[in-house]
Design a protein. Structure first.
Length: 348
């Protein structure tokens, strides 16, 4: 793993040092409309970015598309970006995913720095080298593995988030706890969102990022153990894609519902402890509510799951757990398994 992950004491200094380490003739900054307003305006007077050209795109995962990507490529070209230019992605997971892919493909690849401004971005999207866009109604269908030179995860940006976006990122933290150890899992379930302690959360972010980086370093191209990071995502991406053209669903909410489904199958197929599944389900239901789908959506959800990148041939493959921290890769789920699981999620 070549990227450097920085949780800074002084963001301004860390950004200047990271930019200085990247050879560059021009600097471009990618924001969405929200981070343009809430985040870029906090740093646009920094000397290190005073000559940067800003590219702004619409908010929301529904805009992580080829059309938006074409806009970014065009702005880089019009701005006379070369192979020696630098792109700074300032935003949540949509911005770092799309910006990373734009940087990876423009001029066959330019350097980029990720500055995640959401909890989801800090925990998941900006770390690990996955870049890409949605295509044909499928999440992250087109993309590439390519790491940012630097990821600067300053938890002070969390002050700009509303509660739904905090919860969205927290679902990925919960996933990391489930695939690591009982202590981490229990600590995550004990966090009180009604008495939000951002300082405590910041420390948890630092520990949580280490879980992902350790796995990515061991398996950068998802040939084996990195599939553990997909726990909750086979169902989760299907929920997210189904909602895309209805009432869009935040990624972390979809993952939270996916965690419930894949824990249920873990109980059935791998002997995961029922009491731990129930405790996790209760935490998710209390904080995330329930997804909006009906039994008439089952076939469409199954079809969406067939597009998951972990699948082999016609089999739908899942990452399941034998217990907390005991990951079972490439477990096969039948249509009957999936429908039973969806019944459980809806009926609890």
């Amino acid at each position: 793993m070549n990227q450097k992950i920085i949780i800074p004491h002084n963001f301004k200094e860390s950004l200047a040092e990271a930019i200085a380490e990247c050879e560059h003739d021009r600097i471009f900054v990618l924001t969405d409309e929200k981070t343009m307003e809430l985040c870029w305006k906090r740093i646009d007077d920094y000397l290190s970015v005073k000559d940067a050209q800003v590219i702004t795109i619409p908010c929301g995962d529904g805009n992580k598309t080829l059309k938006t990507l074409l806009h970014v490529w065009t702005r880089l070209q019009v701005g006379k970006a070369t192979r020696h230019s630098l792109l700074i992605n300032l935003g949540g997971g949509m911005v770092t995913d799309l910006g990373g892919f734009a940087a990876s493909t423009f001029k066959r690849g330019i350097d980029f720095i990720n500055i995640p401004t959401t909890l989801l971005g800090m925990i998941d999207a900006s770390v690990g080298g996955k870049t890409g866009i949605n295509f044909g109604g499928v999440k992250n269908e087109i993309g590439a593995f390519n790491e940012a030179r630097f990821v600067i995860a300053d938890t002070k940006w969390l002050e700009t988030l509303d509660m739904p976006n905090l919860l969205s990122g927290y679902a990925e933290m919960l996933k990391h706890g489930l695939i690591s150890d009982d202590t981490s899992w229990a600590r995550l379930l004990a966090f009180d969102f009604d008495a939000l302690d951002l300082e405590l959360l910041s420390g948890m972010v630092s520990d949580n990022v280490k879980v992902k980086t350790n796995i990515v370093e061991a398996d950068p191209y998802e040939q084996g153990m990195r599939k553990a990071l997909n726990f909750g995502h086979t169902f989760g991406h299907a929920f997210e894609a189904l909602a895309m053209y209805r009432q869009p669903l935040l990624h972390g909410y979809a993952v939270a519902f996916g965690i419930v489904c894949e824990l249920y199958l873990s109980v059935i197929k791998q002997g995961f402890p029922v009491d731990k599944m129930r405790k996790t389900f209760r935490f998710i239901r209390e904080n995330y509510g329930m997804p909006d789908f009906a039994c008439t959506d089952y076939d469409e959800l199954i079809e969406l799951m067939r597009h998951d990148k972990k699948n082999r041939g016609d089999d739908i493959c899942l990452t399941l757990l034998g217990d907390i921290g005991k990951v079972q890769l490439d477990s096969i789920a039948t249509e009957e398994d999936i429908k039973e699981t969806l019944d459980f999620l809806r009926e609890g």
